[in-house]
Design a protein around this ligand. Structure first.
Ligand code: NPW
Ligand code: ADP
Ligand code: K
Length: 464
């Protein structure tokens, strides 16, 4: 329930449910403000705090936070360019009783922590110039910046900034539930670390969730290599990418890896079995649990023939890279498969399936999943997973060092390995994407794709 991601309308409905069940808006604001205030208190470590309060209930949270800090002896100043416009915010302001700077002051303090409670989910349009300037100036005069619920000026449902030159934050404290902006670019990049305050919202059926740490098990006591999963990687014109995917797959759980080579690979690792046969024949082995095709495949006629052989075998398949660019809707293409497009490949798939390609990334991925029957792992700085049944998982921000050539091949190898183990596309996509992010966190800075692949086993080990 605490992993659910809500739109503004769903958040309002969830709050209305709480109010209907007997909790007042003031009580919800108190809970939210106390939770957020505790984080700000910890960050301030006793040093001065400036809270910018807007006219709505986000501003109301700000007054509760200010009171929480003042009660603990923190020097806190409130900036309130507009008077409270809701009863709950007015009551919270009255209860604060400390220094409030009204209007737009000329002189602003320098201090340790700035708390942005100007606007939250009620933002309906770009900030007017005077409020925008006040926000930017206050943010610039403080070392640490905290956004409450959302950075002001960010649209909650889209993650789009409605003003240019908005501040960035060290911490964003979401209230009640996650919002889409917390996971969508470009907003997610402005927010710093993310924390959530539980105010008791119930589970909303059918909404997206945040990708969670999976539960994995070591192989069963009586496991053998085939039972753990035989993954066949269908290579093509450029063998390096398939070898990289294989290196990652080897560390992600599959018991046996077989490369059905196209071009002759150099430097084959000793633990990789290379088969030089037509994929159609090679995949007839009834022990193959899953297939990966795409990394280094090429896009020529030979690539199309190899892809057609994979489709005919009807096995659970990860379709990546070049294979996504030559793919067309056909019997056997989609159901039981995982497509792993980056933005360019997503656009190509939308053209292939006659989709308009409009709306939020999450809506485009859900539409492609429904049209194709495949599980879609839409990659990028805001990766997500969409299922043909409409399910959606949003990945927490991963290391930006993943923006290195070959990290997509590593992801494809990990997901394919999990597919060989689990035989379930949805589970494999979720486990694989999580392992990729965790491997990147362990790889540190400036890693190569090979270095990333070598961190997959420790990432997996951390889940056992
Ligand atoms: N409800 C609950 O139970 C709980 C809610 N909680 C908190 O409430 C927040 C949502 O509160 P909210 O709906 O009052 O919205 P908020 O973002 O404070 O401001 C909206 C006001 O600003 C105005 N306005 C909008 N855009 C503008 C602009 N660009 N420039 C100028 N004005 C603009 C708009 O009026 P308008 O002019 O559009 O009619 C309206 O007056 C949420 O983020 C969370 O922090 C928590 O306490 C938990 C319990
Ligand atoms: N800035 C970023 N932050 C987080 N993850 C990123 C970022 N840039 C790229 N990635 C991830 O790295 C991988 C890149 O894959 P892809 O675009 O296919 O690259 P390649 O083809 O070079 O392997 C994807 O999993 C993507 O989600
Ligand atoms: K805010």
């Amino acid at each position: 329930m605490l992993s659910q991601v809500l739109t503004v309308a769903q958040m309002r409905a969830a709050e209305q449910d709480l109010i209907a069940a007997g909790t007042s808006v003031e009580a919800l604001m108190e809970k939210a403000g106390h939770g957020a205030g505790a984080y700000v208190h910890r960050i301030s470590a006793g040093r001065s705090v400036a809270v910018l309060c807007g006219p709505g209930n986000n501003g109301g949270d700000g007054y509760v936070i200010a009171r929480h800090l003042a009660d603990r002896g923190v020097a806190v100043q409130v900036f309130a360019p507009l008077p409270p416009g809701t009863a709950a915010a007015a009551a919270a302001r009255a209860a604060f009783g400390g220094t409030i700077h009204e209007g737009i002051p000329g002189d602003l303090p320098h201090g340790e922590v700035f708390v942005d409670c100007l606007f939250g989910s009620g933002l309906t349009r770009a900030l007017p110039d005077d409020l925008h300037a006040l926000l930017v100036r206050l943010a610039a005069r403080h070392h640490r910046r905290v956004a409450v619920d959302l950075p002001s000026g960010v649209e909650s449902d889209s993650g789009l900034p409605l003003n240019s030159a908005l501040p960035t934050y060290d911490l964003t404290i979401s209230l009640g539930a996650w919002k889409h902006a917390h996971f969508a670019m470009p907003a997610a990049a402005m927010m710093g670390a993310l924390r959530l305050i539980d105010i008791g919202c119930g589970a909303v059926p059918g909404v997206p969730h945040v990708l969670a740490r999976p539960y994995l098990r070591a192989p069963a006591a009586d496991a053998h290599k085939y039972r753990r999963g035989l993954l066949a990687i269908v290579g093509g014109a450029m063998p390096g990418a398939a070898l990289l995917a294989a290196r990652a797959a080897a560390h992600a759980g599959a018991g046996y890896l077989r490369l059905i080579a196209g071009a002759e690979p150099d430097g084959i690792p000793a633990d990789l079995v290379v088969v030089r046969a037509d994929p159609g024949e090679a995949l007839e082995d009834g022990r193959v649990a899953a297939v990966l095709i795409g990394p280094g495949l090429g896009r020529d006629e030979a690539a199309r023939v190899r892809f057609a052989s994979v489709v005919r075998c009807g096995l659970p398949t990860v379709v990546d890279a070049d294979a996504l660019m030559i793919l067309h809707p056909a019997p056997g293409v989609g159901p039981g498969m995982i497509f792993t497009p980056h933005e360019g490949e997503l656009a190509a798939l939308e053209r292939a399936y006659g989709l308009p390609g409009i709306g939020h990334k999450r809506e485009r991925a859900v539409a492609l999943a429904a049209a194709s029957g495949a599980v879609i792992v839409a990659k990028g700085a805001d990766s997500l997973i969409a299922g043909p049944d409409g399910r959606l998982l949003l990945a927490p921000r991963a290391s930006s060092w993943l923006s290195v050539a070959g990290s997509g091949d590593v992801l494809a190898g990990i997901i394919a390995s999990r597919l060989a183990v689990t035989r379930d596309p949805w589970t494999a996509a979720a486990e694989g994407l999580w392992l990729h992010g965790e491997a990147a966190a362990r790889a540190g800075a400036a890693f190569s794709a090979t270095g990333l692949a070598d961190c997959v086993a420790p990432a997996l080990g951390s889940l056992l």
